[in-house]
Design a protein around this ligand. Structure first.
Ligand code: ADP
Ligand code: K
Ligand code: ZN
Length: 428
């Protein structure tokens, strides 16, 4: 029923295991130049339960940057066999290093993740994410092989070839970025195929924030079951938290990570079930352990037990990154609020773009929205009505009225990797 019996371990035993591994992790981490200093005041004998993790200092992305490239390593460079790097869209890149043991642990966690949403060794997986430095390529790939699936390393882009591979090899599982999935579904239709005739049954979607509405849209448009996949390079990559077939939040693999949710301003834990910043500690990383790493991702613990019987706690879908928050006219706005509103409207197509602009002396929010062909009509009055309706719906969600621009389908540029949702064109 489970890939690994640890997935259903009772909580008390699981927390014992976490504590034991936390202590080992601290000792290991101290072999790195960074943690030798950072953890100087810490005595592992003072840790009586896993809850005492709160006595340890945070590690931030800036810490990683300041140690770039080798300052976090606990072993001689000869012991490492792989590195990945973040895309660096927000400043200096950070590099993550793996020993062979780390790669093996990661592949196991990844295989467990895919098994938990129904993938089996009889499945054929096509990995449609970019390979290279991005962990969604090799991370998913190795996990898929570990599970025993026949793995098609298609990489990103080239929709025609993707469709051919899927049909030729009867692909049953896709790993695909959600924003690309919506676009891809349409390309399959345009190529003259009915999605119902495609061999696929499962889509693993993740790597970027997306709403429940978008998931449902992917499922409908592709005639597939879509499961949320969460991870970040600092915690290996994908395979950190994953949805089971219940689709009610993502199980965080707590034998491998300690997850905490804090108020980003105070650093204190939020009340159970409240949204805050996810903080993660690695428990099985050998060459580059990270302690209380501030992910900047916003989520909450899903209260209660999961019907699947796994005891590892679930996090809700990521509401956004702390860095994504826009402040306009004193109001805090997250892109996912806008997406949620847009994707629940039947007239709206696959893509949208948020633009921050300056009009005169004030900042404005402009939202470009792709409209489905059948609603993109000649009738000016109908179009204006739709434009007004979208603006009104958005206003009730984000409390300010944005400028809305209607666009034809496929007219907003589509990136091959993670979608760019916000462009800041404000005059500085
Ligand atoms: P980069 O920071 O360059 O994007 P990563 O590839 O490590 O580097 O991306 C990890 C980040 O991607 C996470 O911190 C999170 O913000 C986002 N992410 C990953 N999976 C999901 C998911 N399922 N839902 C929402 N966001 C996700
Ligand atoms: K197989
Ligand atoms: Zn479950």
């Amino acid at each position: 029923m489970y890939y690994d019996t640890v997935e259903a371990m009772n909580r008390a035993a699981l927390e014992e295991l976490q504590l034991e591994r936390l202590k080992l992790t601290i000792e290991k981490a101290r072999k790195s130049p960074f943690y030798k200093e950072h953890l100087a005041g810490v005595n592992t004998d003072d840790l009586k339960s896993v809850a005492d993790v709160t006595s340890l200092p945070f590690t931030t992305k800036d810490d990683l940057r300041s140690q770039y490239p080798y300052g976090m390593l606990t072993r001689p460079l000869d012991d490492f066999v792989r590195l990945h790097a973040s895309s660096g869209t927000t400043g200096t890149p950070t590099a993550i290093f793996y020993t062979q043991e780390d790669l093996d642990t990661w592949a196991d966690l990844m295989a467990r993740s895919m098994y938990c949403c129904g993938c089996r060794r009889s499945d054929v997986l096509q990995n449609m994410s970019g390979y290279g430095l991005f962990t969604g390529g090799l991370g998913i790939h190795n996990g898929s092989e570990r599970l025993g699936m026949l793995t098609v390393p298609a990489g990103a882009g080239n929709t025609k070839r993707q469709i051919k591979l899927i049909r030729d090899f009867s692909v049953t599982v896709l790993h695909i970025i959600p924003s690309f999935a919506l676009y891809f579904a349409q390309k399959v239709n345009e190529a003259g195929f009915d999605v119902k005739d495609m061999p696929w049954r499962i889509a693993l979607i993740g790597a970027e924030p997306h709403t429940e509405e978008t998931r449902r849209k992917v499922e409908e448009m592709m005639h597939i079951k879509a499961y949320n996949s969460y991870g970040l390079s600092e915690m290996n990559g994908p395979g950190v938290a994953f949805e089971c077939i219940e689709q009610k939040g993502m199980h965080v693999w707590e034998d491998a990570y300690i997850a905490e949710i804090i108020n980003p301003d105070t650093g204190e834990h939020v009340a159970e079930g409240e949204i805050g910043e996810l903080v993660m500690t690695t428990l099985l990383r050998d060459g580059m352990p990270l302690i209380r790493y501030r992910t900047r991702d916003l989520t909450r613990f899903v209260p209660g037990d999961c019907a699947c019987g796994r005891t590892h706690r679930r996090i809700d879908r990521i509401a956004g990154r702390a860095d994504d928050m826009m402040i306009l006219k004193g109001v805090n706005i997250y892109p996912m609020q806008i997406e949620q509103c847009l994707m629940s409207m039947p007239e709206v197509g696959q893509n949208y773009l948020i633009e921050l602009i300056t009009e005169g002396v004030t900042d404005q929010l402009k939202v470009k929205v792709e409209i489905k062909d059948e609603f993109f009509v000649e009738d000016m009055r109908a179009l204006q009505g739709l434009q007004k309706k979208i603006a009104k719906n958005l206003c009730s969600e984000i409390l300010i009225t944005p400028r809305v621009e209607l666009c034809q389908h496929d007219s907003i540029p589509k990136s091959e990797g993670k979608a760019v949702r916000v462009i800041d064109n404000r005059k500085k």
